[in-house]
Every structure is written in C-alpha cells, then in structure tokens.
Design a protein around this ligand. Structure first.
Ligand code: MRU
Length: 355
C-alpha cells in the first residue's frame, strides 16, 4: 500500500514534500539551512505533530552540520540558538519540544563522552535525528496494531484533519490504525471531513487514502453531525497534538465538536497518538497553548477572497475534554479513563524501556 514520505534526510540536505501544493502537485524542496527548515514548519510545508518533531530534529542536525563552530563551547552556543529558532515555529504540538529535548539530551551525552570532538558530536546529532525518524515509523506501526483491535469489523469510520503518513513520517497515527485494520481484513470506509480552514482533510487525507486504495467519502465539516446521527459510523479516530495529564487532548480545530456529537450518538471516539504527545507537566487542557493562525486562511481559499475584509478568528486547534474520549491508542498500549493513572503508567513504561 502506498505510504507518502513527507521528509527524508539525504546527503544533499533535508528533503520535504511540499504539503501546501497537494493534492494537485507533488513538489519537493531540499533544505540546507536550518532557518529554511524552521520556515517550512511555520509555513506548513510540513505539518502534523510527529512530522513537525522529525523536521525540528533534522533542522537542528542540519544547523549543527553547517555551523562554523570550532570548539565544543562554540558548538553549544550555536546549538542553543538553533533550538531556540526551531522552538518558535509552532506552539501547540508538543512533539516539537519533545524532539528538541531529545536532541539536547544527546548533545549533552556526547559532549560528556567526547570532550571537544566537534565532528563526532555533529555526526552523533545527525544520527539522532535519523533515529527519531526511524522510531516514529515503528511507533506508528505499534499504535496501528493496538488501535486496529478496536476498529469495527466493517462499516464507516470517521477521522479529522490529516493524521496520516504526511503528518508523522511513518504510516500515520489515526490513519495508521485504519490502514492496519484494513490490512487485517476489516472492511472499512473512511468519512473524511474537509477540515476548514486549511483543508487538511480534503487536500491531504483524501489524497493519502485515495493513493493508498482505501475507500473514502469526503464530507464538509458541517455534515459531521448528520453522518454521526444517520451514517452508521462505527468509530471516530483522530490524532492529537498535545495530551494533558488528565487526558484532555488538543487536536485540529473541529475535533471537539466531533467528539461531543460522537458521544451524543453513542459512537466511540478514539485518539491515536504517540506517548511523546503526552504533556504530563500540565494538569488539564486549559494549559495547552492554542496557535492562532493568519485570518487570511479563513477569508481566502487558495488566495481567492471568499469573505469581505472583516475580522476573522483562526484558532488552529481545540481541546477535547477527556470525558468524551473512549480510549487513547499509543505505541505502549491503550489508555482508558481515569487517564491521570493510565497515561502516567504508559509514560513510565516508555522511560523504563529506554533505560
Ligand atoms: O496544523 P496541523 O496540520 O499541523 O495539525 C495537525 C493535526 O492537528 C492533526 O489532526 C493531527 O491529529 C495531529 S498530528 C498526527
């Protein structure tokens, strides 16, 4: 089955598939400067929480590779500056900060082990960024296996935004679950809300599923209630950008209303996300920073004005309270309420496995 490749580390630089041009054009860019990678994240050439994390790690590796530092002290200074630029790209997806923290921990480890060997540290950080990408692929596969068990044997499932290969660099989180379920023989048909204003559903999920031969129906966002009420939807499965300690989960704007309507219509609502999406430092979703994007994404469609020149709001994410979430699929297993316990246990199992 076709799996899109949003990002790749190559000898020429970091190669990204430009997601702004999909579905009409498949354009790749090769970046050799970390500032270009930061801009690519900010401007949505690459998007989706885990893929943003991979891009940030590769951006840091690229910056370290090309910087002029000659000593460990100089390299540390440049490294901190590069990480600061990456951290300012997008605020909501915690995977970005998780990946920067991973790169930072590796830098510290390497500098303790090989004092002043700048070239070894550079190579070590490149290897770490590639390792993060590899791990994301394995993580998606594991999430897919756990989640597939809870998919219906046949019928319709709904998703939101794009939580597929384009969003992760692996097989996807929510779409990975659907893909594995279909590979296991389940007969699923995916309802894809278009996901205004940026249309990740219409442009990216519809493209990915279509290319992968997975049956789908594209719907507008205001059809969600109708289909949950009448469409025999067996499950909703979405990704997440940040999950608080109590299970409240930030995901693409519109997810909250889908979750509420799913509960109203007795449809299970699942989230598929790696443990790196957990932010156990915050007690609940009220503490999740919500990115506000340009009003022009609302007033315009692909540069064509569709509204008068008025004020338009554009919060890119909303928070689904934990009470609407039936379960959270992760690479370490399935979390259920009370999430304060189940998420903590999964995070600990990841830490224990890393030792
Ligand atoms: O603004 P985006 O496109 O980066 O947002 C991505 C999402 O919110 C996705 O829905 C996803 O669930 C999280 S990434 C797998």
């Amino acid at each position: 089955m076709y799996v899109a490749q949003p990002i790749e580390w190559t000898d020429r630089g970091v190669v990204m598939l430009d997601q702004r041009r999909l579905p009409t054009k498949e354009v790749h860019h090769t970046y050799t400067d970390y500032r270009e990678v930061a801009r690519a994240i900010r401007e949505m050439v690459i998007r989706g929480a885990p893929a943003i994390g991979v891009a940030a790690a590769m951006g840091v590796a690229l910056g370290v590779l090309h910087c002029s530092a000659k000593s460990l002290r100089e390299l540390r200074g440049e490294f901190d500056e590069i990480c600061a630029v990456m951290a300012k790209t997008r605020p909501t997806a915690v995977d970005l900060f998780w990946a920067l923290e991973r790169m930072n921990a590796r830098f510290t480890e390497l500098s303790i082990a090989r004092v002043n060997d700048v070239s070894t540290i550079r190579q070590g950080l490149i290897a770490e960024a590639q390792q993060i990408h590899l791990e994301k692929r394995a993580t998606d596969e594991a999430i897919g296996r756990f989640g597939a068990e809870l998919m219906p044997r046949e019928g319709q499932v709904m998703t939101q935004c794009n939580a597929g290969a384009l969003a992760t660099g692996g097989i996807g989180t929510a779409l990975g679950v659907i893909r594995v379920a279909i590979e296991q023989g389940r007969k699923l048909h995916v309802l894809v809300p278009e996901t205004r204003p940026y249309l990740q559903g219409a442009r990216l999920t519809a493209w990915e599923l279509h290319r992968g031969g997975i049956p789908l129906t594209l719907i507008t966002d205001n059809m969600v209630g109708h289909f949950l009420q009448t469409g025999k939807v067996g499950a909703v499965v979405t990704g997440a950008d940040r999950i608080a300690a109590n299970g409240d989960s930030a995901n693409k704007i519109g997810t909250y209303q889908i979750a509420v309507l799913a509960k109203e219509n007795n449809v299970p609502f699942y989230i598929a996300a790696p443990v790196s999406t957990f932010d156990l430092t915050i007690p609940d979703g009220g503490h999740i920073p919500i990115e506000e994007r340009a009003a022009s994404e609302v007033t315009h469609l692909q540069d064509i004005r569709i509204a008068p020149d008025v004020h338009a709001a554009n919060p890119a994410f909303d928070v689904t309270p934990a009470r609407y979430i039936t379960a959270i699929f992760t690479e370490r297993g399935v979390a259920r309420a009370p999430y304060i316990d189940s998420l903590g246990a999964l995070a600990q199992s990841v830490q224990a496995a890393a030792k």
